[in-house]
Design a protein around this ligand. Structure first.
Ligand code: FAS
Ligand code: PHB
Length: 389
């Protein structure tokens, strides 16, 4: 078998790349280790930057997003029982769109199926070969049968635990990491959100976030210890703790109900450099991870794919390797700015178990400066709505 680009992973990165390349007449195949339902069952990101919205529309998968997505002009940050609004639209002229990653994935899967481009689900034992040659090969098994395909390029869109990054020899890859001493316990509930916009809460008991997926489905998060297990958190315990972290006005608006999803995610900052080895290119979580505090994970995947799709199209349409040769450096420049912002939001809003009295005073000063400085609010706003591609 042969194709032009093999894409490993059917998450947002792989699907978005596959659609943009297909629309440019470039043949692809997506190899996904899980079933379609499993991929759709994962509850992850919720906030899209304007750049990500534009790219999803460019891929032809934006109809439902435009209809059902909620455009938000700002967020609120709560500290010391007081809420302060950061007005993105007034400060940057830009907005964000609240539309779940699950829906983005569903929409991209639908358009891929409609155009007949191939995706192999439950493709196991994927291995990547000859990436330093002009004709790399990818092997996998499906229902016990071995398969091999030759291609021009391999796109590693297989997330943090994927096989692509493991293909780099240890001496050819530099990784940078910070693991945070807490996790996020997330709950999805079919009840209206407490507010029209997201509320990020810095509370002495721990961080909380009030988010949403629609006007009838809410998403809440609580900072929790890393040694905690989701089984220890009944719905009642979750709602009681959330109420303790919200100010009385918001708490009075909270509509609780049975959780339809509940999970704990660890928080880490991670970057792997470079994002290219020969004809293998990494994109999305395969190359970097951010703590979800800045809502950057999915959005960084989108900007990687914007750069990589344009580079590959440039190669096939104009025989130019310029985009491919600059991909890693260009993507990493934007990635590190998002890593910084996500780290800053995490530092500013969470309770760190080992923090000293000095640390807590600095955190308080950071937030009070933010609440009283248009310049500081503009800096937060331009990072949250997304820096230019
Ligand atoms: P993904 O991990 O989404 O997709 C990779 C795909 O590759 C998966 O389907 C996987 O099954 C497949 N794969 C892996 N190994 C493979 C192999 N060997 N062979 C074949 N296929 C393989 N971001 C936010 O902005 N906000 C959030 O609130 C947020 N919450 C998150 C919660 C959790 C628990 C996690 C893990 C991430 C969260 N993120 C969040 C980040 C998340 O949205 C990612 O940024 C986004 O999924 C990145 O998309 P992909 O790069 O496509 O990686
Ligand atoms: C979400 O709705 O899942 C969400 C929103 C904003 C974040 C993180 C998660 O910063």
């Amino acid at each position: 078998m042969r194709t032009q680009v093999v894409i490993i992973g059917s998450g947002p990165s792989g699907l978005l790349l596959g659609q943009l390349l297909h629309n440019a007449g470039i043949d692809t195949i997506i190899l996904e280790q899980k079933s379609k339902d499993y991929v759709l069952g994962r509850i992850r990101a919720g906030v899209l930057e304007q750049g990500a919205v534009a790219l999803i529309e460019e891929a032809g998968a934006g109809v439902r997003m435009r209809h059902e997505g909620l455009v938000h002009d700002g967020i609120e940050i709560e500290f010391g029982g007081e809420r302060h609004r950061i007005d993105f639209k007034a400060l940057t002229g830009k907005t964000v769109t609240v539309y779940g990653q699950t829906e983005v994935t569903h929409d991209l899967m639908d358009v891929r199926e409609a155009c007949g481009a191939p995706t192999v689900y439950e493709a196991l034992d994927v291995s990547i070969h000859d990436v330093e040659s002009n004709h790399p090969k990818v092997r996998w098994t499906k229902s016990g049968q071995p398969y091999e395909i030759e291609c021009d390029f391999v796109a590693g869109c297989d997330g943090f635990h994927g096989v692509s990054r493991q293909t780099f020899p240890a001496d050819k890859l530099h990784t940078f990491e910070r693991v945070y001493p807490f996790g996020w316990l997330g709950v999805l509930v079919d009840k209206p959100p407490v507010s029209d916009e997201l509320i990020y809460v810095n509370h002495e008991r721990g961080f909380a976030l009030c988010s949403m997926r629609s006007t009838t489905r809410s998403r809440y998060y609580l900072q929790c210890r890393l040694d905690e297990h989701v089984e220890e958190w009944s719905d009642d315990r979750f709602w009681e703790e959330l109420l303790l972290r919200l100010d009385s006005q918001v708490a009075a608006r909270l509509q609780t109900g049975p959780s339809i999803e509940k999970s704990i995610a660890p928080l880490r900052s991670f970057v792997a450099e470079p994002m290219r080895r020969g004809r293998l290119f990494l994109a999305g979580d395969a190359a970097h991870i951010v703590p979800p505090t800045g809502a950057k994970g999915l959005n960084l995947a989108a900007s990687d794919i914007a750069y990589l799709s344009r580079a590959l199209i440039g190669f096939y349409k104009s025989s130019s390797t310029a985009g491919l040769d600059s991909y890693s450096q260009t993507a990493l420049a934007r990635i590190w700015k998002a890593e910084r912002f996500s780290w800053w939001m995490t530092q500013a809003l969470h309770t760190f178990p080992e923090s000293s009295g000095f640390d807590r005073k600095i955190q308080k000063a950071e937030l009070e400066y933010l609440f009283n400085s248009r310049a500081a609010q503009t800096a937060l706003a331009e990072n949250y709505v997304g820096l230019p591609y």
